[in-house]
Every structure is written in C-alpha cells, then in structure tokens.
Design a protein around this ligand. Structure first.
Ligand SMILES: [Zn+2]
Length: 284
C-alpha cells in the first residue's frame, strides 16, 4: 500500500513530467471509481491543462486549468506514462495527453479518480477529512495532537483523520527509532518520548524518500523505488538481529494487526497497567 514516501515521490515525478501538458481525452473502464458521472468527469477535465501535482496524505492532487483531478491508489496500483499505442495490459482510467502519450491508471484492488470543479476542492470530503501530513506536522502541532488523548500511540499514528500518510510499512521502524513499544498508551508517554517520536517520523519517512521510496511501488516509467526490504530496521524482520542491540526481533499481536519490535530497545515500561489477564476457558 502506498504511504507518504511513495505518494511524495510520485507527486514530484508527476509534477516534473506532466505540468504544462494538456488532457486531450479520457477513457474510463471502471466508472465506479469516479465520484461523478463519466460525462461530468470528461466534461470537466478534457481540454484542460495540467498546472501541477501535489499530495496530501495518500491523495494525489492534479491541479488543472479547470479544477482538480484527485487520485487515490487505495491498496496500491500504477500510474504509468506510456505511448497511447502501447497501453499496459491493465488500466482502469486513462488520460490521453500530448506527444502520443497517455497516463494509464490501474488499481490493484480499488481506488479513486475524483473530480473537483474550480473552487470546489474543499468540498471533497475524503481529502478534507484528513489530518495534517505526517511530514509537515511541527513538534508543537504534534504535541497538541496527542494532548488529552487516552488511546494507544500506534492506533493514533495510523488514524489518517489525525495524522495523514503513515501505514503498515513504516509504522514498525518509526516506533523502533523512537524506542516506543507499540502497546504504549498516549498518557504513558513523557515529553521526551513525544519529541523522539516526532523526530522518528521525519527520519524514517525521509530515509525512504531519499531512496525514491519503496521498491514495490513503481513510478511513471514502471520502475520501483530504491528503498528495499533490507533497508527496514525491524519491520518484517522477525527473528533477525536488532540493528542496535542484536536481540532477535519479535512479531507481536497488537489488536487485529501485528507489529515487529525489539524486546530490548522497545520496553513496555511506563505503560498503563496491562489489561486483566484473560480468564482461561475450558476446552469443549
Ligand atoms: Zn534492540
């Protein structure tokens, strides 16, 4: 699933290569990924010119001369810049540009291609309800975000309406770098914990961005990023040595998902008292 590093790298590449180019035609194979009718989508965007591409959370905002095209790849997908005569085998929405090229958008599972007419971008609820971008949030804003909250820190970091852009690929290494156990609650965190976590978010996301983001997400030419599985510190490295202390990395259950932790570097001390030990049920 694309997260902030992948979306940022994609937005930068799209901005560099698409700005100034016209949208001359649109084909839609999956109308349910649109938020308006195919006619309205085409009517708004065909004949417009791309001004630039930015992002917020996991959304890509393509600003045109007639409103915005908003793309969200959901669980993953490709946005490829290809000759219109050599389209990829799978695409759901296609934008025909100049120079005989098309932007072919494919969703692995389900994604969105939305249209916001001029002046209507703030009416787009799915992107308007996002929290601040995880890389843009300042330390005072981050402290404010956590203040008075009672839940677990991991759940908050993954809640896109609080903080946008962090998902299951980077969460493990962010918590590891901050020295925080994934079961830590927000009230149990000291001011220093909060500062370290804020710094860890920046360090870990930027480390991937600097390498062109994750290897499994491709850019406009179909090439993957340079951030490899081996670049992860503890994420998905169960049984391998911790890069700091050498202890074996463990995979633990956190709610419905799993988290990878170093049992030594991420102690659960200072946390709220553990919940009552589950009562043993008799086997039937
Ligand atoms: Zn360790």
């Amino acid at each position: 699933m694309p997260e902030l590093p992948e979306i940022i790298c994609r937005a930068r590449e799209m901005n560099a290569r698409l700005a100034g180019r016209p949208i001359r035609g649109i084909e839609v194979l999956q109308p349910k990924c649109l938020d308006v009718s195919v006619e309205e989508f085409r009517g708004g965007l065909v004949g417009s010119k791309i001004h630039g591409v930015t992002h917020r959370g996991k959304w890509l905002f393509v600003e045109t001369s007639n409103g915005h095209l908003l793309l969200n790849l959901g669980m993953g997908g490709e946005i490829l810049l290809v000759p219109t005569s050599k389209l990829p085998a799978k695409w759901r929405v296609r934008f025909d540009l100049d120079k005989g090229q098309s932007l072919a958008v494919n969703f692995w599972w389900f994604g969105y291609a939305h249209y916001a007419a001029p002046g209507k971008l703030t009416d787009h609820e799915m992107s308007a309800s996002l929290g601040p971008d995880a890389l843009d949030v300042s330390l005072p804003q981050f402290e404010e975000l956590l203040s008075g909250r009672r839940g677990g820190i991991k759940a908050l970091l993954l809640d896109q309406s609080r903080l946008a852009g962090i998902g299951n690929a980077y969460i493990h290494d962010i918590l590891f770098r901050a020295g925080l156990h994934p079961l830590r609650t927000i009230p149990s965190m000291s001011k220093k914990d909060v500062e370290q976590l804020h710094q860890a978010i920046h360090t870990e996301l930027q480390r991937s961005i600097d390498k062109g983001a994750a290897f499994y997400e491709v850019g406009l030419d179909g090439k993957g990023g340079g951030f490899a599985a081996a670049d992860l510190l503890v994420g998905y490295r169960e049984g391998k040595p911790c890069p700091t202390c050498g202890a074996a990395i463990e995979k633990i259950k956190t709610g419905t998902t799993a988290t990878f932790v170093c049992p030594t570097c991420q102690p659960l001390h200072d946390a709220s008292p553990p919940t009552k030990r589950p009562t043993r049920t008799k086997k039937t």
